[in-house]
Design a protein around this ligand. Structure first.
Ligand SMILES: [Zn+2]
Ligand SMILES: [Zn+2]
Length: 198
């Protein structure tokens, strides 16, 4: 079994180095990307949507030119184990999801997916074997057309300098930046900056 241009084993080592551990979700995600690509035209520019934040985005970033940073991968966090690759300008594409109805035969995958086994009882090698043996058979594949609002780059509008922190922020957020409006992830207010380390 190949995952896009990689052998299964090579893909496993990529997952280890990029994701930090051999996450079954990223392995499954790799198969899903491969399933989608094989149904898309060979030529063309495709953007991606992941319907969960967990694991799947890393598979897309490993196997496609789409990343969160370049804006070609969007996460629409619905909590569904699904992704779509779609034609950048027209929006037509292929959605792939892990289908619970097709998991009967695959006890280890099902236990992992529904988190029905404590970690200590999971058998990672058996799980990987099942992912590999199951191949395409556990996924649902659909033709989709994404909403026009997902086509093209998100519009950022103008920027302003926040009078409280002195940093730039999207002007449409109001008179001060969202961090100064109370959404900062840091404790206390951050004051001053450290000297340059040379
Ligand atoms: Zn993980
Ligand atoms: Zn501010």
């Amino acid at each position: 079994m190949n995952i896009c241009t990689y052998t299964f084993e090579d893909y496993l080592s990529l997952v280890r180095s990029f994701h930090g551990h051999l996450a079954p979700g990223v392995v499954i995600g790799g198969v899903m990307v491969d399933v989608a690509y094989r149904r898309l035209p060979a030529e063309g520019l495709f953007d991606a949507i992941c319907e969960t934040r967990a694991c799947l985005p890393d598979a897309v970033q490993l196997l496609t030119p789409c990343t969160v940073g370049n804006g070609w991968l969007r996460i629409v966090d619905l909590g569904r184990y699904a992704l779509a690759l779609y034609e950048k300008t027209g929006g037509k594409g292929i959605r792939v999801f892990l289908d619970p109805a097709r998991l009967e035969k695959w006890s280890e995958i099902r236990a992992w997916f529904f988190k029905t086994k404590p970690k200590a009882e999971q058998d990672p090698d058996r799980l990987l074997d099942q992912i590999r043996e199951a191949g395409e058979s556990i996924y649902g594949v659909q033709e989709v057309e994404v909403h026009p609002c997902f086509l093209g780059r998100p519009h950022r509008g103008g920027f302003a300098v926040c009078p409280l922190c002195g940093e730039s922020y999207p002007a449409r957020d109001g008179g001060i930046c969202r961090a100064c409006q109370g959404e900062s992830p840091y404790r206390d207010s951050v004051k001053g900056t450290l000297p340059v380390v040379s």
